[in-house]
Design a protein around this ligand. Structure first.
Ligand code: MN3
Length: 202
């Protein structure tokens, strides 16, 4: 069964406060779609053709670069769309907010650490907030389209928040200013979704 491009859970202009509609449209219909096309081509007529995306991702270390990069690209973008919203409440609440405070000191310190992880990821990649195997919140970054579910990354865990820091995610509005994009992005984080992912990961 070939993978297909999922619809966004909102319109292209829904995140305009932080990410312009043109960037969202190109990112979804061109970049995300290309990862899916290339993934389908890489697994067609092989023993991987009937594997789920999660099965491919968690075994990425032993698969070809084409499957690792494009499978990661499909997983990461599908995840990314779902942790954003045009109706962000701005800050986390409840059990997640308490855990952020106890792990990082406060919400602002968590943001700073996350922004630093994204800003210092050389070249293209992602910044992540994850829940580790023993239930701890951790911040990390990965290169290219790797993610914390992969067996081959340094900081493994269950992602509950992720930010695409590839230039294609921000260049039209922010040009080379990755930190400005990262700062603005917090205004569209879907904290309801992140809390739900946190509860499921615990
Ligand atoms: Mn991208």
């Amino acid at each position: 069964m070939a993978f297909t491009l999922p619809d966004l859970p909102y319109d292209y202009d829904a995140l305009e406060v932080s990410i312009d509609a043109r960037t969202m449209e190109i990112h979804h219909t061109k970049h995300h779609n290309a990862y899916i096309t290339n993934l389908n081509n890489a697994i067609a007529d092989t023993e991987l053709a009937d594997k789920s995306l999660d099965e491919l991702i968690t075994n990425a270390g032993s698969l070809s670069p084409a499957v690792r990069n494009n499978g990661g690209g499909h997983w990461n973008h599908t995840f990314f769309w779902n942790v954003m919203t045009g109706n962000s409440m701005g800050t986390p609440t409840g059990a997640l907010a308490e855990e952020i405070n106890s792990t990082f000191g406060d919400f602002e310190s968590m943001k700073t650490q996350f922004n630093t992880a994204g800003a210092t990821q050389f070249g293209s990649g992602w910044a992540w907030l994850t829940v580790s195997a023993d239930g701890k919140l951790e911040i990390s970054s990965t290169p290219n389209q790797d993610n914390p579910l992969m067996d081959c990354v340094k900081t493994k865990g269950t992602p509950i928040l992720g930010l695409d820091v590839w230039e294609h995610a921000y260049y039209l509005r922010y040009q080379n200013l990755r930190p400005a994009y990262m700062q603005a992005w917090w205004d569209v984080v879907n904290w309801d979704k992140v809390s739900e992912l946190y509860a499921a990961a615990k």
